[in-house]
Write a protein that binds this ligand. Structure first.
Ligand code: SAH
Length: 393
């Protein structure tokens, strides 16, 4: 095993069990570690801090597998996968869903690996050279641990560029998945396009929040902004919402939202689908004097780096301000940010700034985050990327 020694005073984060070593923390590399190869990490005084996967092209030069001296092999990978998958069995009660995240990267001790289950299909994302290095072993262990029809790869994600990896998609095991995989979540049925859909096909991280919206939606006129394939709006329809207006810029997403609506209700006429830019549609609604009882704002990631935070902040503030103005008295707002670089405090500030400018008084009923199958490592705050506020006017 090759050895990497850190600069004095740069071992603090590993001592705190944070799993990343940045390139600037490295004083010396013994030998020439392979892409994704395992390295032993030493503090400046020679103490072993753990072992990790070496990534020569990324600023995050090493991602730790563990904080002790251990051989990383197929058995290690299978053990970590078994622990992650075993944890999910107790997490999600009976009858909640047949679609959930089995492996959530760093939080499950497997940096660079995401595995989602959609019914009989598994979908994997390998985002680092470390995870890529063990792909065959991961697939083999998954086959042994989870009975399934097939395993499909969706490593078509931009962050792979930082690791010098090209996009990669296709069948890893078993047969090819059908065009639509049908899942059940809290009694609602959704068709998922695991080959072309966003992420691995569905926003599984919003499951708990969709269930919350469902509890409050009965009789409401609902605006589902950034609807994707219907998610929150379909949960609202199932709860007896009076009407649901879905807005999304993507026609394929709305086509699937329509399909999902007819799958769940015989009153499809209560649902409207608007293809457009939410920033513009909200202004049109304001000018037309429209109002709603429940508004969901679940935009895509507006910031992917600290440099884009300012612009992102303006975007979040704009839609929240407009959303608040469309709320009826007593109305509810479920508002989200999935930008990892925006902290919960920053998001709270943006939404409260929006309320100040909108001259509206709101109360927070609940602070929201990603679902339980997307855990956050206790010593890895970066793992909490989805933040939300559930507010009443
Ligand atoms: N709430 C959804 C997930 C939303 S993902 C769920 O629970 O499933 C974000 C969505 O915003 C994507 O479908 C994307 O197509 C859409 N989008 C991105 N920018 C947009 C814009 N400016 N106006 C409207 N929709 C947009």
């Amino acid at each position: 095993m090759k050895t990497v020694t850190l600069h004095p005073k740069r071992e603090f984060s590993l001592q705190r069990r944070h799993p990343w070593v940045f390139s600037g923390a490295i004083a010396h590399i013994d030998g020439d570690p392979q892409k994704g190869g395992t390295v032993r990490v030493l503090s400046s005084d020679g103490t072993v801090l753990g072992v990790g996967a070496f990534s020569p092209e990324s600023q995050i030069r090493i991602r730790m597998w563990c904080f002790e001296e251990r051989e990383i092999n197929a058995a290690f990978i299978a053990e970590r996968l078994g622990a992650a998958i075993g944890g999910r069995a107790t997490l999600l009660g009976e009858n909640v869903t047949n679609a959930y995240r089995l492996v959530n990267a760093e939080a499950d001790g497997l940096p660079g690996l995401v595995v989602d289950r959609y019914g009989d299909w598994l979908v994997c994302q390998f985002t680092t050279v470390g995870a890529e290095r063990w792909k065959a072993e991961i697939v083999e262990a998954l086959r042994a641990l989870v009975p399934c029809e097939g395993i499909y790869e969706r490593s078509d994600i931009d962050v792979r560029e930082h690791e010098g990896l090209p996009p990669s998609t296709g069948v890893l095991a078993g047969g090819p998945p059908p065009d639509r995989v049908e899942i059940v979540e809290h009694g609602c049925r959704y068709r998922v396009d695991v080959r072309e859909g966003h992420k691995t096909g569905f926003y599984l991280d919003q499951r708990d929040n969709r269930a919350l919206v469902k509890r409050f939606a009965n009789g409401c006129d609902v605006l589902n902004a950034f609807s994707y394939t219907g998610g929150f709006g379909i949960a609202a329809v199932a709860a007896g919402a009076a009407s649901v207006t879905h807005v999304d810029i993507s026609e394929p997403a709305l086509a699937l939202a329509r399909e999902n609506t007819t799958l769940n209700t015989c009153h499809a006429e209560a649902s409207t689908f608007i293809q457009g830019n939410v920033f513009e549609v909200l202004r049109t609604f304001r000018d037309a004097g429209r109002s709603f009882d429940l508004i969901v704002l679940d935009p895509p990631k507006f910031a992917d780096s600290r440099g884009s935070l300012m612009k992102a902040t303006r975007g979040y503030k704009d839609i929240n301000l407009l959303g608040m103005k469309l709320l009826r008295p007593g109305g509810l707002l479920a508002t989200f940010s999935c930008s990892g670089v925006m902290t919960a405090e920053m998001f709270h500030k943006v939404v409260s700034d929006a309320a100040v400018d909108a001259k509206r008084d709101l109360q927070i009923i609940k602070r929201l985050q990603q679902s339980e199958d997307h855990p956050e490592g206790l010593c890895f705050a970066e793992g909490l990327y989805l933040k939300g506020l559930f507010c009443r006017l």
